[in-house]
Design a protein. Structure first.
Length: 253
């Protein structure tokens, strides 16, 4: 029997005070939250018009499982997560790294079962929005429907790029393109630490599972990037030292 996960906040429970405001969210304009606020005609620091609840998940914990039946759509507020498919041999293919503003899966906006599982990489805070309310909002507000189209288009583009990367690109190109793609997405959210520096909580096994490589191969290539002076990688951050050279390593003109 399929498990039904309500993901709806009990009516007598308020979100924690530290998560009550969305005003500081770096991705407010990238997700449905802003459209929800516009629909309600309220300030951007309060988003109460769609039934929702706020939840925090510790690093390495599961947010939702493949084929769970969810009554709500989780949207990441803070932290990093991943969406992946588990294979029969216990290995996994990471489909995407989820950043603030990303839905766990855009398919959840229209259907209750995700086609992947979602796991927290760091501590993650997310809001789970009632799907029926979101559907009603999209039907009534063209801007929300436009947001859905943009989210789907971006997700489809990343999926297409992953297919090409896994099928045709070299190992070094896959890793460099993954890093540059994350850098661009963090720039869109104004979440870079400097012109060429980002917070980077990924470990070698994350990169390996996203690029179809082994952790050993990933380690060798990252060391090669460092040796050539292309990047500096520390425990929690990554700096692109030679942007032009790193783009060349990614085969991006």
């Amino acid at each position: 029997m399929t498990a039904v996960i309500a993901l709806v906040r009990p009516p007598d429970t308020a979100p924690p005070a530290e998560h009550a405001s969305c005003a500081q969210c770096p991705a407010l304009e990238l997700t449905f939250c802003r459209a929800i606020a516009r629909k309600a005609g309220i300030p951007r620091d309060r988003i109460p018009s769609v039934d929702q609840f706020v939840h925090t998940v510790a690093a390495r914990r599961i947010i939702c499982r493949e084929q769970d039946e969810l009554a709500a759509v989780p949207i990441i507020c803070s932290g990093w997560a991943l969406s992946a498919v588990m294979l029969a041999d216990g290995s996994r293919q990471i489909l995407s790294f989820l950043l603030p503003g990303d839905a766990a899966s855009s398919s959840l906006l229209l259907e209750p079962k995700p086609n992947c599982f979602v796991e927290a990489i760091t501590n993650v805070t997310y809001r789970a929005f009632n799907r029926a309310d979101l559907k009603q909002l999209m039907a009534a507000d063209p801007s929300a429907l436009g947001t859905l189209a943009r989210v789907w288009t971006q997700e489809k583009r990343r999926t297409d790029e992953l297919v090409v990367d896994l099928g045709r690109r070299s190992a070094a190109e896959r890793i460099a393109r993954l890093i540059l793609g994350l850098f661009q997405r963090l720039q869109e959210r104004s979440m870079t630490a400097g012109p060429h520096e980002i917070d980077f909580p990924l470990r070698q096994h994350h990169i390996a599972d996203a690029t179809g490589l082994t952790p050993v191969h990933v380690s060798k290539l990252l060391s090669e990037f460092r040796r050539k002076g292309l990047i500096r990688l520390s425990e929690r951050s990554l700096v692109i030292l030679d942007p032009a050279g790193f783009r060349a390593a990614a085969n991006i003109r």
